[in-house]
Write a protein that binds this ligand. Structure first.
Ligand SMILES: [Zn+2]
Ligand SMILES: [Zn+2]
Length: 642
């Protein structure tokens, strides 16, 4: 029998009979490893343990400690769920069931939507199938046989997937759990070797879905679940989900009266009075940060002729994401989905010299993207939004310094908001435009800028845009979730497309480089993040209402009004609860509204010209003169205290 050489992660190699499997390799290393093994990475490819090795190969055994394990558990649990669903609901059609960052889902065509009792029953069935430790087995079926098999079961969507994904193949890969009568799925794998490995999973909720995410296609029901390696990890995750629910910006935003939505304007926010105050606070904060940093603010059109989008390339590649508008005389226009192309026109509207650079255009006007209605969600997936968007036009030599100062801006802004963050650098992708030397220069400049700004970062190899490398930032919120917000993106292509020029010190004409950058990202998303991070209890400097004055009885209304006027004149955002209600009720209401300070005023306070201060945190702070209160709060605001 012929032999092959198997190289292990420690560099050692051993001879094995050809046709041995990674499972055999694990067993030869140790019975313990064979027992823990879930799958294997063979020559950089994740495969099942029972795939025969025909040639020399490097083999790494995937165990529960490996980075690949969680995804394997989750995808394998999706299969287990589909097995339970098709057993409990014969005639159900299966769609797809991938692992996700948070767990897994599977889409089904069913006669009626799932109800919570269904999920309980499905989960129970999954536990039963898991306890039987049924094998997941890969089988190669002749393509026609597979199509006939799925077709005879009414699995129209599986037949379609086989048609689309395996054209030209004679065989297709399917997986059974136990046998083809129990469950079979068209899938390339890999999976855990048997259902007994799946010990910690939970079904979470259902939602409407469409085949391939397109609302024109077959409506489906999606079941979301999650899976972990241990019960402790699962429980911790479920606690985080509960915590996230209480912080959900859609709920908190409604409770605090910040914003609302209406079905007649899908994905577009109605900012209510307090929400508008909050929004403007952020907008003006950003202006205050950017003006001293050398930015100018622009307001460019919201609707452009398609000629602009053809020049930028969006007409060819992004048209379905834009709202198209027909003007008179058949003029084809589109609502702007990003500011960049307009800023290119502004740059090109004058003769530019190297002395003008860096030139930094900032803009906060609304953008529109034609998102499918099915994906719209609160402030995080919207059709209308604004960004703290800017484009910096620089010379090749200015890239490093400009990016360094941008990094310092990002650091300053996030620390003002009390947010932790991390940076990642994405480098040249496999499909790129431009010269390799230009890319190398740009990537080098970004790395040096990151080092100079003292910014730690990870590298996402080959994950840059086709037009240039970029730095992205992830914010980690109070309950450990990551939100991608800021981005700094080099672009060599758009200046080409718009034929941008400046006259250099050498009197020759040169092409500038554009840096697209945003720090908040979209205001809408950043506000959602802040709401969930602070669970609606904003620090004083951000609170839409900072102080509420609570008169004990109607006879204290005039004094309450004088307190409000005094504080408002000093720049605080303050209101008076004038309702005919008991003081205890007013205090509770103010606490629910998460207002940082409550000033109770009655006979004593009116006579002495004082206020009785209650803080949202820490309760009663005792009596204070207005001057004392103003000094303390003004200092708290200017320190941006958390
Ligand atoms: Zn699968
Ligand atoms: Zn841009």
């Amino acid at each position: 029998m012929s032999e092959i050489s198997v190289t292990l992660p420690d560099g050692s190699s051993r001879r094995m009979p050809a046709g041995s499997t990674p499972g055999d390799v694990a067993l030869q290393i140790s019975p313990g490893l064979a027992k823990a093994a879930l799958a294997a990475v063979v020559n950089d490819r994740l495969v099942d343990l029972d795939v025969p090795l025909r040639e020399d190969a490097t083999v790494r055994i995937v165990t529960p400690q490996s980075p690949e394990a969680l995804g394997l558990y989750r995808h394998s649990t999706a299969h287990l769920m589909a097995a339970a669903v098709t057993n409990l609901f014969p005639g159900t059609q299966c769609g797809i069931g991938p692992a996700t960052d948070e767990g897994f889902f599977y889409d089904f065509v069913v006669d009626r939507p799932f109800v919570p009792e269904d999920l309980d029953a499905i989960e129970k069935k999954m536990k039963e199938l898991a306890s039987q430790d049924l094998p997941y087995e890969r089988q190669m079926w002749p393509r026609d046989e597979a199509k006939t098999f799925f077709g005879s079961k009414g699995e129209r969507l599986k037949v379609q997937l086989i048609d689309e994904k395996t054209a030209g193949q004679s065989e297709v890969s399917v997986y059974t759990i136990k046998d083809r009568d129990t469950f079979v799925d068209f899938c390339v794998g890999p999976h855990v070797p048997s259902s007994g490995r799946l010990k910690a999973f939970k079904l979470l909720n259902t939602s409407n879905a469409y085949w391939k995410g397109d609302a024109h296609n077959q409506p489906m029901q999606r079941i979301y679940g999650t899976a972990f390696q241990t019960d402790a990890d699962l429980k911790a995750h479920l606690r985080r989900i509960e915590e996230a629910k209480t912080r959900d910006h859609r709920k908190v935003g409604k409770d605090l009266g910040l914003f609302t939505f209406h079905p007649w304007a899908p994905g577009a926010t109605f900012w209510l009075s307090k929400g508008t105050t909050f929004y403007n606070l952020l907008a003006n904060y950003m202006r205050d940060v950017l003006f001293p940093a050398g930015y100018v603010e622009l307001k460019t059109p919201l609707v452009f002729n398609k000629a602009l989008w053809e020049t930028s390339g969006h007409w060819q590649h992004y048209r379905e994401n834009m709202f198209l508008i027909h003007g008179h005389d058949g003029e084809e226009m589109a609502m702007k989905a990003m500011n960049c192309p307009g800023h290119m026109l502004v740059f090109a509207s004058e003769m530019r010299s190297y002395r003008d650079l860096p030139l930094r255009f900032h803009e906060q006007t609304p953008l529109h993207r034609n998102e499918a209605s099915g994906v719209l969600s609160g402030l995080t997936r919207v059709r209308q939004f604004s960004q703290d968007d800017a484009h910096c036009f620089v010379t090749e030599d200015q890239i490093q310094a400009e990016v360094e100062s941008l990094l310092r801006l990002v650091q300053r802004v996030y620390s003002d908001f009390g947010l932790e963050f991390s940076a990642k650098l994405s480098t040249r992708p496999d499909e790129y435009l431009g010269e390799i030397a230009t890319w190398d220069h740009a990537e080098g400049a970004l790395k040096r800028a990151l080092d100079a700004a003292g910014q730690a970062y990870t590298v996402n190899d080959r994950d840059g845009a086709f037009y240039g490398p970029k730095i992205d930032f992830d914010i980690t919120d109070a309950i450990g979730r990551k939100w991608q917000c800021a981005t700094i993106q080099l672009d060599y292509q758009m200046p080409e497309r718009f034929d941008l020029k400046y006259v250099g010190a050498d009197n020759a004409v040169h092409r500038p480089v554009v840096i697209h950058r945003a720090i908040f990202g979209s205001f809408e998303r950043f506000i959602a993040l802040l709401i969930e991070h602070y669970a609606g209890a904003f620090p004083l400097w951000l609170a839409p209402v900072q102080v509420t004055v609570l008169p004990i009885a109607d006879r204290h209304l005039p004094y309450a009004a004088s307190v409000r006027d005094r504080l408002a004149a000093a720049g605080l955002r303050v209101d008076v609860d004038e309702r005919y209600e008991k003081i205890g009720y007013k205090i509770r209401e103010a606490q629910l509204q998460k207002i940082p300070y409550m000033l109770v005023v009655g006979d004593k306070e009116a006579a002495e010209g004082t206020v009785s201060v209650r803080a949202r945190t820490g309760g009663d702070r005792g009596s204070s003169t207005l001057d004392e209160f103003l000094r303390a709060t003004t200092s708290e605001v200017s320190r941006k205290a958390a």
